[in-house]
Design a protein around this ligand. Structure first.
Ligand code: PEP
Ligand code: MG
Length: 609
């Protein structure tokens, strides 16, 4: 049985969750716009889905070692939290973590798990979650309030251990979600975020993450606000706390007063009215005042987004992030399954194009079905095209599906994270072989399917003239281009101030890419989050970009920006912006000029963003 601790110990959560707690305001990174008013749902306090995985005899010591390591990591983590709470609210409140540490030192629990791993030959997480469940049930049945409460400690600790055991592959069960919920988590993996589709989720709040972390991207595609990088939101917000999030300003308000709630309701109504006014633009062309047409397309992660893509009149899918199709499953999607999906989407969008990006795994996107070795710096490691060139069978399967889908609608394909012509050629060799096999089997496909390159590594921008000779189009991925150019991890909230889309180095690489593309007579699009910032969109427009791709809900605001300006003015502004020395100067210059020239570009109350 788990050892007991002194009954006088306070439960820190209840200590902090005082009735009539004052309103607190926490500042984070504004990652997806909008206002949400709801109730906090602390994700790290919810259950994971633990897959049943049988193991071979020779894996037994590995699983036991993994379990011991997870327990050791959990102890370190709890110790750190204890110190933090102790510094913030006093050592009495922090003592509850001693109870958590005692759970992890309980030899009976630990030994039982090891014994069952050996006897039953299931993975460590599978055995541990079963043993844990039994413990919690026993505690819950005991007719003593204090002991009953301890079952919550066991559960809490158990979740922490499971989190370490399952790492990136853990997913939550969100099917039970009801009510107006705002997810609060230390981090939300892209695969968790995907499972939140069609659930009643009003917004996201996380301790870590930056503006272009994939969690932020998914929040935008779900059309909900997100404030990320709040550092210790999960310690300051309790389950079911009333919270307001303002995704434009990056603010979270916990326990808001009635006056604050009313104020934010009014703000929310203004935003809704502003968005309504943009809907009037839906059937107007995306054209500057002097007649330059700019194609506005949608970024697309999963099926649920098609209605939004249509609603906002996207002129195609400019970036189909296929890796989301591979997430939250224990197997890999087959060629047939992928083919049918790509075909259906191509047909839905026809005659508009669908640009399917080949698998971009690694970085902050991982799968349960492919166990990748942990890397020190995953964004600089085996990611995207590199991984596909290593795992050629997975790549070939996807290429076959895309090439077959090209027989329908208007399909194009592009490779992510190409660093130069060498990788492009290596990928094209595989593509050529795939096409040859299909030809031999008389499988129909479009022999002229355009093949493009994402420009998201500085090396690609610097060799854009060479790449342009060997592909049909470019799509600039600024989320990565910025991180690799400025050496700033896009997911690291502590680096957010250095993540500058308007930095002269970034703008020069973009300018270089656009002119290399145009010199070679190919089109160039931009599909990073920068495309949905109306201020910077004008710079990009002035630099000669042919099309933009963004989360569907961002399209109306960018269309408004395009329609409020003359192309010749945008060119002049871009020329001047490129002479400035810092990203901040560029932003300030553009905001000040556009406020005079085209104030319509800005939000409902005339303020930027
Ligand atoms: C990018 O890097 O800008 C991009 C669009 O790709 P992703 O955000 O999926 O890495
Ligand atoms: Mg990218």
């Amino acid at each position: 049985m788990v050892k007991m601790v002194n009954r006088c110990l306070p439960n820190w959560r209840h200590t902090l969750q005082k009735k009539n707690r004052p309103e607190i305001v926490i500042k984070g990174i504004p990652a997806a716009p909008g206002i949400a008013i709801g109730s906090a749902f602390l994700m790290d306090q919810q259950d994971f889905i633990v897959p049943e995985r049988l193991i071979f005899d020779d894996e037994i010591p590995v699983e036991i070692a993994r379990f011991e390591e997870a327990v050791a990591h959990t102890k370190e983590e709890i110790q750190l939290i204890k110190e933090k709470i102790s510094a913030q609210v006093g050592s009495m409140d922090a003592q509850i973590f001693d109870a958590h540490l005692l759970v992890l030192e309980d030899c009976m629990l630990i030994d039982e798990v090891k014994k069952h791993i050996k006897a039953e030959k299931y993975s460590a997480e599978c055995v541990f979650s079963r043993v844990l469940k039994r413990y919690v049930e026993v505690f819950a049945r005991i007719q003593d309030d204090y002991i009953k409460e301890r079952s919550a400690d066991v559960e809490d600790v158990g979740r922490r251990v499971l989190k370490h055991l399952m790492g990136e592959s853990r997913t939550h069960d969100f099917d039970q979600l009801t009510g107006e919920i705002i997810i609060v988590a230390h981090d939300i993996s892209p695969s968790d975020a995907v499972t939140m589709y069609n659930k009643k989720i009003l917004g996201f709040v996380t301790d870590v993450g930056g503006r272009t972390a994939h969690t932020a991207i998914i929040a935008k595609s779900l059309g909900v606000p997100a404030v990320l990088g709040l550092k210790d939101a999960t310690l300051r917000i309790d389950n079911q706390d009333a919270i307001i999030i303002d995704g434009r300003k990056g603010v979270v308000i916990v326990n808001p007063s009635e006056d604050t709630v009313e104020l934010y309701r009014q703000e929310r109504d203004k935003i809704v009215a502003y968005e309504g006014s943009l809907e009037n633009l839906q059937d107007s062309p995306s054209e500057t005042q002097d007649g330059r047409r700019i194609v506005l397309m949608a970024n697309f992660e999963m099926d649920g987004e098609i209605p939004a893509v249509k609603k906002y009149r996207a002129e195609g899918i400019g970036l189909y992030r296929t890796e989301f199709f591979y997430m939250n499953r224990l197997d890999l999607p087959t060629e047939e399954e992928q083919y049918r999906t790509y075909k259906r989407i191509a047909e839905e969008m026809a005659p508009n194009p669908v640009i399917i990006r080949t698998l971009d795994l690694g970085g902050d996107k991982f799968l349960s079905s492919i166990q990748l070795p942990k890397e020190m710096t995953p964004f600089l490691g085996s990611r995207a095209i590199r991984l596909c060139l290593e795992e050629q069978e997975i790549f070939r399967t996807q290429l076959r599906a895309i090439v077959r889908a090209s027989a329908h609608g208007n399909v194009a394909m592009m490779y992510p994270m190409i660093a130069g012509p060498g990788e492009l050629r290596a990928a094209n060799v595989i593509l050529k072989a795939v096409k040859q096999r299909l030809r031999e089997k008389s499988v129909p496909f479009n022999e002229n399917m355009p093949v493009g390159v994402m420009i998201e590594v500085p090396a690609a921008a610097m060799t854009a003239d060479l790449l342009a000779k060997e592909c049909n189009f470019f799509s600039i991925g600024t989320n990565d281009l910025i991180q690799y150019t400025l050496a700033v991890d896009r997911t690291n909230e502590k680096m957010a101030q250095f993540y500058e889309p308007g930095h002269p180095a970034v703008l020069r690489l973009i300018r270089r890419t656009i002119s290399a593309a145009h010199d070679a007579n190919i089109k160039v699009s931009l599909c990073g989050e920068m495309a949905s910032d109306p201020t910077l969109a004008v710079v990009l427009l002035g630099l000669g970009l042919d099309s933009f791709s963004m989360s569907p809900a961002s399209i109306p605001a960018i269309k408004r920006a395009v329609r409020s300006i003359r192309f010749s003015d945008a060119q002049e502004l871009a020329r001047q912006a490129l002479r400035l020395s810092t990203g901040q100067e560029v932003e300030e210059f553009m905001v000040s000029e556009l406020t005079k020239l085209a104030p319509d570009i800005y939000n409902y109350d005339g303020r930027k963003k």
